[in-house]
Structures are given as structure tokens and as C-alpha cells.
Design a protein around this ligand. Structure first.
Ligand code: BEZ
Length: 225
């Protein structure tokens, strides 16, 4: 079955532009974002890798490690990194996995099991399904999977927004509504009874319907409730 939210992110060993890693060890106690690319020197991906480098401090602030992947050897990634720096104004400041043996792409369900051959002979379009974003928690479970077409550059600000929601809802029994941004009101989780909610929110909540209970965003840093 395809990799789903709540599954353990498959562990692997791979070469990256920053040396060989074992993925779970590399994640450690952090959160992680793995974003994938079909081949090096592809135009949309070039803009994505450059943009990600520019906003990496935002991921650092949230305790999230960033790692890219492209279905090419790491030697090619190094040349591509120079092109990214020249064309996008910033070289990748995070490791990029060299998935020349398709191991990670197949483990994560981005290419069919058994994909083999010389990766440099494949066209980007043949690998077009390798354009995912995975957010993985410190517990190594998959928290988010986004799948993009080859013609649409990814919105990494949305990835940050989801991480803000994931980190808030990991610590508090709330959910975040449509278009939620840090600081906006939140929804009391459906698993919380009114009795329990009265203990957690003694000032009460706004309730346009009994099943829709709205409260101000709890402080992200406060103790778990
Ligand atoms: C790109 O422009 O990044 C791209 C081109 C073809 C396939 C996949 C990605």
C-alpha cells in the first residue's frame, strides 16, 4: 500500500551532498522536510531549491531539518548547486540525496518498485512522480504528503504554515481552520468533551454550533494540555 500519513517514514542509507546519512539518525529529535525532484537541471525544480535555501532560516526556527532528493548522482547535484546559486541567488544550504539507484524514490512510493537502470538515461518526465513533499515528525511518522505536478512550482510558505499547525496541534487538543495562520483562533478538537473543555478553557468558547467550538490560539510554548 502507498505510504500514508501516520506511517513510519521508511529509513534508508544514502549519499548526499553533505556525506552519507542514515535517515532516521539524521532526523534525530527534530522535525524534517524531505522534498524530491525527478532529475537535476530541471527548471521548475531549480527555482524551488533556490527558494527553499532562502527561507531555510524559517525551518531552522521551527526545529525542522530540510533535505532534498533528486534522481541523479551527488556529483551532478554539486554542478546543479552552482547553477542554482548563479540563477536563483542562493545555493542549497541543506543536503541533497543522490538517488541514483532509485532506492528512496521507490521506498517512498514515488517510482514503481523494481525501477532500475542508468538514472542519467531517464528523462525528467519519466520521473515526473518524484515531486513530493514529506513532513516527518521527531517520532519518525509521516505527518504530511504533498504531491505536485511537474509544471507547478511548490509553495513552501504553505509547508511552513502546515508545520506551524502540526507543531501546535501536537501539543494542544485543537485543530486549525481553513486558511489558518499563526495567532488566529483555533477549533477545540472533536475528541475533547465539553466537560474536559471547561477545564482547559475556563473562560469558555465561541460556539456557533455545538460541534464547532472556537477558542483563541493557545501559546505554542505552554505546557501540554
Ligand atoms: C522541472 O521543470 O522542474 C521539471 C521538468 C520536467 C519534469 C519534472 C520537473
Amino acid at each position: 500500500m502507498a505510504l500514508q500519513i501516520g506511517d513510519t517514514a521508511p529509513d534508508f542509507e544514502a549519499d548526499t551532498t553533505e556525506g552519507r546519512i542514515r535517515f532516521h539518525d539524521w532526523i534525530g529529535d527534530s522535525w524534517a522536510v524531505l522534498f524530491s525532484h525527478p532529475r537535476d537541471f530541471t527548471p521548475v525544480c531549480t527555482t524551488e531549491l533556490g527558494y527553499m535555501a532562502k527561507i531555510k532560516p524559517e525551518f531552522d526556527k521551527r526545529g525542522v531539518k530540510v533535505i532534498g532528493l533528486s534522481v541523479d548522482p551527488t556529483d551532478n547535484h554539486e554542478q546543479w548547486a552552482r547553477d542554482i546559486e548563479e540563477t536563483q541567488g542562493q545555493a542549497p544550504n541543506y543536503p541533497i540525496i543522490g538517488d541514483a539507484d532509485f532506492n528512496v524514490s521507490t521506498l517512498y512510493g514515488m517510482l514503481p518498485a523494481g525501477t532500475s537502470g542508468d538514472p542519467t538515461e531517464r528523462t525528467p518526465a519519466q520521473n515526473q512522480t518524484v515531486r513530493n513533499v514529506f513532513v516527518i515528525g521527531p517520532d519518525k511518522l509521516v505527518k504530511l504528503i504533498l504531491v505536485y505536478p511537474m509544471t507547478t512550482g511548490r509553495n513552501f510558505d504553505e509547508v511552513l504554515r502546515v508545520i506551524d499547525s502540526l507543531q501546535l496541534t501536537a501539543n494542544h487538543k485543537v485543530s486549525t481552520p481553513a486558511q489558518w495562520q499563526q495567532g488566529d483562533d483555533v477549533i477545540i478538537a472533536g475528541s475533547v468533551t465539553d466537560e474536559q473543555a471547561k477545564e482547559i478553557w475556563p473562560d469558555g468558547w465561541e460556539s456557533p454550533r455545538p460541534w464547532l467550538r472556537i477558542v483563541p490560539q493557545p501559546d505554542k510554548e505552554t505546557a501540554k494540555v
